[in-house]
Design a protein around this ligand. Structure first.
Ligand SMILES: Nc1ncnc2c1ncn2[C@@H]1O[C@H](COP(=O)(O)OP(=O)(O)O)[C@@H](O)[C@H]1O
Ligand SMILES: [Mg+2]
Length: 240
């Protein structure tokens, strides 16, 4: 599903954003990517949806080898995954339904199917009665659900979420985590980036900890067969 081997990312202004990342995330996993602000979480996700290219190393996502990906192949990769952006990127002048439907329209999905799928996904994320509202009329937690609905309406293999509980209270956070759990149980692999170390305690799942661009702790199987010794502290996987 996801494989990264010796991946590093540098920008001119920030030469050490991600350093020698090697890991494998199997299909069906729910993985928290935790770490303090500035540790490289957002950049990590950007590499996976090919918004950025690694400076070094190999990345495979959903069977696509990203280092060999041609620009015209990027839409194929993007179609196989969903992204919940930290700033949501909802269109303020469009209704909730229109925001979600748009994700299907750009893929050329037939109108009849869009009319069927949009209310279905709004029901799944628990905002079926908000379809005609504009984003500004919703609570922060509801807006987050719209962004999640839009990201999953095309049934992606992989869902990437960047700080999806960053702007909401504790009660709404628990609800959002339960929703992610349900989406994951339906078969979507999930990587959730968060600086909130409390989330894995609320809903125990696999965990990777980034510090200064390096993985310092991981509950995923040790990919030593890929790289040999790494200096990562491997911890027990979550009990399910
Ligand atoms: N486009 C960019 N150009 C230069 N530096 C960047 C860019 N994006 C991120 N960085 C730097 O990379 C580091 C990690 O950022 P980021 O991936 O956003 O971390 P996190 O999401 O964990 O807060 C930070 O020091 C940040 O300033
Ligand atoms: Mg970030």
């Amino acid at each position: 599903m996801i494989e990264m081997v010796h991946v590093s990312k540098a920008y001119n202004e920030s030469p050490r954003v991600l350093l020698d990342i090697t890991l494998k995330v199997d299909k069906g996993k729910f993985v928290y990517l935790t770490g303090p602000s500035g540790s490289g979480k957002t950049t990590f996700l950007k590499l996976l949806y090919a918004a950025e290219r690694p400076t070094e190393g190999e990345i495979q996502v959903n069977g696509f080898r990203l280092s060999r990906l041609k620009p015209r192949e990027i839409p194929h990769l993007r179609r196989s995954l969903g992204v919940v952006f930290q700033d949501l990127k909802l269109l303020p002048r469009w209704t909730v339904s229109e925001n979600v439907a748009f994700a299907l329209e750009v893929l050329g999905v037939p109108r009849r199917e869009i009319l069927k799928k949009t209310p279905e996904v709004l029901r799944l994320v628990g905002i079926e009665r908000k379809g005609k509202c504009f984003p500004s009329q919703l609570s922060a937690g509801e807006q987050q659900r719209v962004a999640i609905a839009r990201a999953i309406v095309n049934n992606p293999l992989l869902l990437l979420a960047d700080e999806p509980t960053g702007n909401i209270g504790l009660g709404a956070t628990e609800g959002i985590l339960r929703l992610f759990d349900e989406i994951n149980l339906r078969g979507t692999t999930l990587v959730l980036a968060t600086h909130n170390y409390g989330l894995p305690a609320m809903l125990p799942k696999e965990r990777i900890v980034l510090e200064g661009g390096r993985i310092v702790e991981s509950s995923l199987p040790n990919p030593a067969t890929l790289i040999g010794e790494s200096g990562i502290r491997y911890v027990a996987p979550p009990r399910t």
